[in-house]
Design a protein around this ligand. Structure first.
Ligand SMILES: [Zn+2]
Length: 163
């Protein structure tokens, strides 16, 4: 990046963060010549990310497909579509910020599980059981026990363990 004050071409990035709803990365730069600080925005293109399936096939990462998975896991759960939409956006922007161009389906699945874990415990177990294809029943039970031993998050899911 060219310094807008002295025209020097060398700078260092002092800070990077998401901007404009994660469609851009905002970088704070410092000119190595005069020390002037300026900000640049890098636009992100969602279609750049590809998902690599287990059989090696590739397809572009689609927000709708990701969202469908989240919606399915949260079927009949008290979770709003807005929460799931922002979860899908968050997953995509996390991958974008890491600058990854190809993501294995397992990685996407792991990220979906991570966000479902905080959104809804039932949806999390539901998704995890399908996704991981739990090899042993014991593993599944461990998962449930680890959820049960967690301190309650309050009034958000009061009906979970009484069902
Ligand atoms: Zn400069």
């Amino acid at each position: 990046m060219q310094c807008i004050k002295c025209g020097n071409l060398k700078d260092k990035v002092v800070d990077s963060r998401e901007a404009k709803g994660a469609l851009a990365i905002r970088r704070r730069r410092e000119c190595l010549n005069c020390g002037y600080r300026f900000t640049t925005y890098e636009q992100l293109e969602r279609s750049d990310i590809h998902v690599v399936k287990r059989n090696g096939a590739r397809e572009s990462l689609k927000r709708n497909k990701l969202l469908d998975g989240l919606v399915k896991a949260c079927e009949k759960r008290p979770v709003s579509i807005e929460v799931l939409e922002s979860a899908a956006d968050e997953i995509i922007s996390e991958i974008q910020i890491e600058g990854i161009r190809e993501v294995p389906t397992q990685t996407i699945g792991a990220r979906v599980m991570k966000s479902l874990e905080t959104i809804d415990p039932v949806a999390y177990v539901r998704y995890a059981s399908v996704y991981r294809q739990f090899q042993e029943v014991g593993e599944f039970i461990e998962e449930i026990q680890s959820l049960e031993s967690r301190p309650s998050t309050g009034a958000r899911h009061p009906d979970f363990f009484s069902q």
